[in-house]
Write a protein that binds this ligand. Structure first.
Ligand code: GLN
Length: 603
């Protein structure tokens, strides 16, 4: 096993996660099998309890692990399936050491950060690197490890010490350290400043780690004299200094790295020259070009709780993007704060109310994403009602599907107080109820998490076709509540079809309104398994319906590829993802200012 460690210096939010994923992709393109580990030096055991508002979305894995959103980047770029153990946190490491201590495993010794915590970190890395994640047997060739936070953070010290020992232990030729840093440009003359990187590399060395490669974020390519200076002061060969300059979208990063021969530098450090092939990024390049030249917009209203915070719904945005690129449409996300659609807003802030409704009505499709808590529920219900009544394409994800069911119960079945018991435990028409998989009395651990199977009950429905007419599909879940199975007949009699269910037939997984062009809800989160070249079926359905291509996609059993004109254009890369007409500004300024890596907690 060979290891590539990616660290970050100077400031947080440099796009370390995207860089690490891109390096993984580049190595994969050279024919290597790649896995990855993300280290988050915070004390939480996992991301399950962390607010998406503060830390970006909670990404869910097949095994039910609730992890940092960077693992989503790895899964998407490398098309792999990670496990919960691929996300190491300080909390997990300490918990394992403390458990061992209680069992008496340390034979009466004083338990210390060095060597016990640092040994536990190294053993964890070695163990997890061996887990196959690409569907093939046996371990990968290379494990990309991303250390969250910035060099110098107190909380990452035990990890730095452990990784220093680890690099010594696996030996030269098996370990390559890539340090991602910032080269700011000051004043109007536009001078590229190397001092922050010099300091950061000095800090790294002081902690026992030697960088093999520098990846410098800057607005433009580094000038030769700047590279020479960095090389001299940081003791890194000039050909091992890469520039991550600003690009129109993150799919360019692997191409940027390839063009600078990053793979050659890495393969040399890892003693793999001659073992691998030239990187094959043909398909990736073609898709990136398509993304660049898209101009015909598809407007999707995102009716959510956190608006304007792209990290909070990162996977949903990525899934929308993958589907849009497959349909040759430029994604325009209209953020609609659910609360702004409500009657109270009409009274308190009429302008805000009008603006929210204008955005909703100006959209080609409506998406209500997942969520917890009752804030904005009424607004989401109004959005679902609007989409249902006006035949506007609609996709409800998890809470979004529950919302669609509540709306249908109220408007069509006439059950005015119908609700989820999550929001109104006393409702006389509980159409969404708490249905734990385990014991009803057992507190905690009641969330239905990770991959579960959905069987299609109606073979020719839209969702089945979108899923390639397969008889079942495995998707990821993260919820406690479910549609009340006792009310399903009543709904179906009124025209709401429960086309996908679990193996018992008791849990409703996919809803559809056959009389509507595209009105679909899923209890699971299809966004977590969407990939750039393999858009998630239900998202593809939404975008295809919103751009007048659904029939063609359905005839093609959920594949948009035949829609693509032959020969990909070579227009200039000028396209950005837009929200409400403005280019998305990432909350912590990651790579291209489009999406960030969500490490806002490590400043
Ligand atoms: N709050 C809802 C539930 O627990 C929906 C969860 C979600 O959207 N992820 O079932």
């Amino acid at each position: 096993m060979k290891y590539v460690l990616v660290t970050g210096g100077v400031v947080s939010g440099l796009g370390k996660g995207v860089t690490a994923s891109s390096i993984g992709l580049l190595l994969k393109a050279c024919g290597l099998r790649v896995t990855s580990i993300k280290i988050d030096p915070y004390l939480n055991t996992d991301a399950g309890t962390m607010s998406p508002f503060e830390h970006g979305e909670v990404f869910v894995l097949d095994d039910g692990g609730e992890v940092d959103l960077d693992l989503g980047n790895y899964e998407r770029f490398l098309d792999i399936k990670l496990t919960r153990d691929n996300n190491i946190t300080t909390g997990k490491i300490y918990q394992s050491v403390l458990d061992s201590e209680r069992k008496g495993d340390y034979l009466g010794k004083t338990v210390q950060v060095v060597p016990h915590i640092t040994d536990a970190i190294q053993k964890w890395i070695e163990r997890v690197a061996l887990i196959p994640v690409d569907g093939k047997e046996g371990p990968a060739d290379v494990c990309v490890i991303e250390l969250g936070g910035t060099i110098g953070d107190i909380e990452s010290m035990p990890f730095i010490e452990a990784l220093g020992q680890f690099s010594y232990h696996v030996g030269p030729g098996n370990f390559c350290l890539i340090h991602v840093s910032l080269v700011p440009v000051l004043n109007v003359v536009g001078e590229q400043k190397t001092k922050p990187t010099q300091h950061s590399v000095r800090g790294l060395r002081g902690l026992g780690l030697t960088p093999n490669i520098l990846a410098c974020r800057s607005t433009k390519a580094l000038e030769d004299n700047v590279k020479a200076k960095l090389s001299q002061f940081c003791h890194v060969a000039a050909e091992n200094i890469l520039t991550l300059y600003d690009v129109p979208n993150i799919w360019h990063i692997p191409l940027l790295l390839r063009d600078q021969k990053a793979h050659e530098a890495i393969l040399k450090e890892l003693n793999l020259i001659g073992v691998t092939r030239e990187p094959d990024l043909q398909e990736w390049t073609a898709r990136t070009r398509v993304y660049d030249i898209l101009h015909e917009p598809v407007r999707i209203a995102m009716v959510g709780k956190y608006t304007g915070l792209s990290d909070s719904y990162l996977s949903v945005l990525k899934a929308l993007l993958h589907a849009s690129v497959a349909c040759w449409r430029k994604l325009v996300v209209e953020w609609v704060a659910a609360g702004d659609l409500e009657d109270v807003t009409a009274k308190e802030a009429p302008d805000v109310y009008k603006n929210a409704w204008d955005l909703l009505k100006g959209s080609d499709g409506v998406l209500v994403p997942g969520g917890f808590g009752d804030r904005g529920v009424q607004g989401k219900i109004l959005a679902a009602k609007y989409a249902r009544e006006n035949k506007v394409p609609f996709l409800g994800v998890c809470l979004g599907m529950q919302i669609a069911v509540i709306e249908f119960a109220r408007s069509v079945l006439g059950l005015h107080d119908a609700n989820s018991t999550e929001f109104d435990p006393e409702t006389s028409h509980p159409c969404v109820i708490f249905m734990p998989e385990g014991s009803k009395t057992h507190m905690g651990g009641t969330m239905r998490l990770g991959s579960r199977r959905t069987y299609f009950k109606v073979p020719n429905c839209k969702s089945a076709k979108l899923y390639n007419n397969d008889s079942f599909v495995d998707e990821r879940h993260r919820h406690r509540y479910e549609v009340n199975p006792n009310m399903v007949q009543q709904f179906e009699n009124a025209g709401l079809s429960f086309v996908g269910r679990d193996e018992t037939g008791q849990r409703m997984e996919i809803i559809e309104l056959p009389s509507h062009p595209y009105f679909v809800g899923a209890q699971f989160h299809p966004e977590f398994k969407s990939r750039p070249g393999k858009p998630s079926a239900l998202f593809l359905g939404l975008i295809a319906a919103a751009s007048g291509q659904l029939d063609a996609v359905l005839q093609n059993y959920g594949h948009a590829s035949k829609l693509l004109p032959n020969g990909i254009g070579n227009g200039k890369p000028t396209v950005k993802t837009y929200q409400n007409g403005n280019a998305i500004k990432s909350s912590n300024g990651s790579l291209n200012g489009v999406y960030s890596n969500g490490n806002g907690a490590h400043h």
